[in-house]
Design a binder for this molecule. Structure first.
Ligand SMILES: *[C@@H]1O[C@H](CO)[C@@H](O)[C@H](O)[C@H]1NC(C)=O
Ligand SMILES: *[C@@H]1O[C@H](CO)[C@@H](O)[C@H](O)[C@H]1NC(C)=O
Ligand SMILES: *[C@@H]1O[C@H](CO)[C@@H](O)[C@H](O)[C@H]1NC(C)=O
Ligand SMILES: *[C@@H]1O[C@H](CO)[C@@H](O)[C@H](O)[C@H]1NC(C)=O
Ligand SMILES: *[C@@H]1O[C@H](CO)[C@@H](O)[C@H](O)[C@H]1NC(C)=O
Ligand SMILES: *[C@@H]1O[C@H](CO)[C@@H](O)[C@H](O)[C@H]1NC(C)=O
Length: 216
């Protein structure tokens, strides 16, 4: 697009444009309320689903009320098979994502350290590392371990690994929930009574998948 057309387009849109963010929540256990998608956990034996703090052989004991909807998924790298990096995978349509985990802030030793590795659309983007401060009584906090507000609007897949591949360390991951934002841009031309551009993916009020484009 030439600069002339680009600025003309912006000028045109500035006449009548409004925008809002549509926020969607996906609990670790229950489906994404809008799309019905579930977070996938692999290999299955490396993960424990904890509901209401009810888990007989989990290594972490946060109180259930700090978790979104009182549920989380625990993966203990020390207990997984050699060479397996437990992974949670989530696919969504959006431009921003926030991943919340419960991490151990204080603990008696480093066995509950957090080493996470993030791969977005097949590309490694970042790692999250947090070691507990040594203290007899453990304490847990919810933390946004991965935030990306600069993705192109569209389909994305985020893979969350417990442990940094190729490195050897203890690591415990408690996945709580994921939030993502669908950006909606709507431009209406009053004179001709038609939409110039509309981008709307999921409507949380109607829970419908809506069309993308202009009225023609
Ligand atoms: C929408 O979310 C983005 C982050 O993805 C933020 O930068 C922007 O300010 C938000 N806009 C509105 C209208 O809330
Ligand atoms: C919270 O948990 C209840 C069941 O205990 C479930 O029906 C509901 O869909 C969950 N809410 C969210 C936002 O995941
Ligand atoms: C914990 O899980 C067990 C086995 O599924 C069940 O029998 C028990 O009622 C649960 N307790 C609570 C408090 O949810
Ligand atoms: C992301 O990965 C794809 C292949 O999976 C590659 O073609 C692309 O160049 C990568 N992008 C970046 C920014 O590394
Ligand atoms: C966010 O996503 C963009 C594009 O998909 C990528 O280039 C960038 O590295 C990501 N940022 C983070 C913090 O992962
Ligand atoms: C996302 O992917 C689905 C299925 O592959 C497709 O139907 C949909 O149009 C895509 N959405 C966007 C915004 O690319």
């Amino acid at each position: 697009m030439s600069p002339y057309f680009a600025s003309a387009w912006i000028l045109l849109l500035s006449q009548a444009v409004w925008a809002l963010n549509v926020t969607s929540y996906a609990d670790d256990t229950f489906a994404d309320l809008v799309t019905g998608h579930h977070i996938q956990y692999t290999p299955a034996h490396a993960w424990k689903a904890v509901n209401n703090g009810n888990c007989t052989n989990c290594v972490s004991r946060p109180i259930a009320s700090i978790a979104y909807n009182r549920t989380w998924h625990e993966s203990d790298l020390s207990a997984s098979s050699q060479g397996v990096t437990p992974k949670a995978t989530f696919s969504f349509v959006g431009e921003s994502i926030f991943v919340y985990c419960i991490v151990q802030q204080l603990g008696p030793d480093l066995s509950a350290s957090s080493y996470m590795h993030f791969v977005l659309d097949g590309n490694h983007t970042s790692d999250f590392i947090m070691l507990p401060t040594i203290n007899d009584e453990p304490s847990y906090v919810p933390v946004a371990v991965y935030v990306n507000t600069s993705m192109p609007m569209g389909n994305h897949t985020l893979e969350i690994f417990n442990g940094i591949p190729g490195k050897s360390h203890a690591s415990v991951l408690l996945l709580d929930y994921i939030v993502y934002i669908n950006f909606k841009l709507d431009a209406f031309d009053d004179k001709n009574n038609r939409h110039l551009y509309r981008s709307e993916l999921y409507n949380p009020d109607t829970q419908c998948h809506e069309s993308v484009g202009s009225d023609d």
